[in-house]
Write a protein that binds this ligand. Structure first.
Ligand code: FAD
Length: 360
């Protein structure tokens, strides 16, 4: 059965990364379509907890072409980000189809076949911008299946309303762990479990400084110079107001991991037992790449080998927004611009070689 739909470029995913790519494709008058499985704009931001705030001020969290308007507070709320992304989409009238879930991308003589819940697309080039929210990562602990308490990942945490006076473990030492610990420790008996002492950035260091450091590193690397940046990367904890407030309350105390789960709690290395009602895993994510399985481009570590954002084992495939392996700070609003622009330029070149090839 021939594909019913065609586009020069098919962008899979409709979050900030996809919109940044669409901005540059549109600017280059390249024929593209964006397929997003969410019913509304906003990507993963729609699924974060209610009190989440950006770790950079609005103007340091902007996509290409349009500065994020300031929020009422210095660090914008997740609702403000969702509104910005929805407005950004409307402003540039991107060709977004949603909800359109892509189940697979396959090779064919005529191009790449993209199977989606809204039909099959034949594309000359594909950009995967599906983010990580769909792939929360939970490490294994002995006895986990015995534990009868509630477990949830930060991807599914919304607020602390149902945690009053409970014994809660918050596991993970990054920004999610710090911000969720800061919130839940106000209403319950919270214990923050981290593999090592978390790295809290100085109060004056926020996302803009981190972006400047990532840019300095990116520049040095592209010029073959050694890394200039002092410690401090996007995984280190930015002292946003809620985390500062928790520090003032003495709540930012961490403990090293327990030895094992039991039915209604955990046992620590010294053999002592603590009752636990709820575990909140703030243990990060993995890239959502299952839809690329048929292309067999994955490496043993689950990532896709790329040259910048272009897949090494499929020259018609680009990957944007997954973090450092697809470009410095590429998993941030301001950081994704560089790799989105590079991707659109490479695709423009690629399409013109196809045109020249077919013309000759
Ligand atoms: P997503 O936002 O996840 O969008 C991907 C879209 O693709 C989603 O709509 C998804 O449903 C869809 N999709 C997935 N699979 C398919 C499929 N098979 N078919 C169709 N559609 C699909 N970034 C900042 O810039 N500043 C911050 O302050 C900041 N703070 C953060 C704090 C926390 C706690 C976390 C977890 C992240 C933070 N980030 C921040 C990072 C930012 O939220 C993410 O990196 C960003 O959402 C990634 O954007 P994306 O477009 O790549 O992916």
């Amino acid at each position: 059965m021939l594909p019913s739909l065609k586009a020069d470029v098919c962008v899979i995913g409709g979050g900030q990364s996809a919109l940044a790519v669409a901005y540059f494709l549109r600017r280059g008058s390249i024929d593209y379509v964006v397929l997003d499985d969410q019913p509304m704009p906003g990507g993963a931001w729609q699924h974060t907890w209610n009190s989440l705030r950006l770790f950079s001020p609005a103007q340091w969290s902007s996509l290409p072409g349009w500065l994020m308007p300031p929020d009422t507070e210095e660090y914008p709320s997740r609702d403000h980000v969702i509104q910005y992304l929805a407005e950004y989409e409307r402003r540039y009238q991107f060709h977004v189809h949603r909800p359109a879930r892509v189940s697979s991308v396959r090779r064919s003589d005529a191009g790449l076949l993209v199977e989606s819940s809204q039909g099959r697309w034949l594309a000359k080039a594909v950009v995967s911008a599906t983010g990580t929210w769909r792939k929360p990562y939970i490490p294994e602990y002995p006895g986990q299946s015995l534990f009868q308490g509630r477990q949830l990942h930060s991807a599914n945490y919304r607020n602390s309303n149902d945690l009053q006076c409970k014994n809660v473990l918050v596991i993970g030492g990054g920004n999610s762990g710090a911000q969720i610990l800061a919130e839940v420790s106000q209403v319950c008996n919270a214990t923050w479990v981290t593999l090592e002492e978390p790295l809290f950035l100085p109060d004056e260091v926020d996302g803009r400084v981190l972006f400047e450091r990532a840019t300095a590193r990116w520049k040095a690397r592209s010029e073959g110079r050694p890394d200039p940046a002092p410690i401090g990367g996007l995984g280190d904890i930015v002292m946003v107001p809620s985390v500062k407030e928790a520090r003032a309350r003495g709540a930012l105390h961490t403990v090293r991991p327990f030895s094992r789960f039991e039915r209604d709690g955990v046992v620590w290395p010294d053999g002592s037992f603590s009752p636990v009602d709820v575990v909140i895993w703030c243990t990060g994510f993995r890239p959502a790449l299952d839809h690329l399985d048929a292309l067999e481009v994955h490496e043993s570590n689950g990532l896709v080998a790329t040259d910048g954002t272009r897949a090494k084992r499929e020259q018609r495939l680009w990957l944007v927004g997954y973090g450092e392996w697809t470009g410095f700070a590429s998993a941030t609003l301001i950081g994704v611009m560089r790799s989105a622009r590079e991707t659109a330029n490479q695709i423009a070149q690629f399409l013109s070689t196809i045109r020249e090839g077919s013309a000759s």
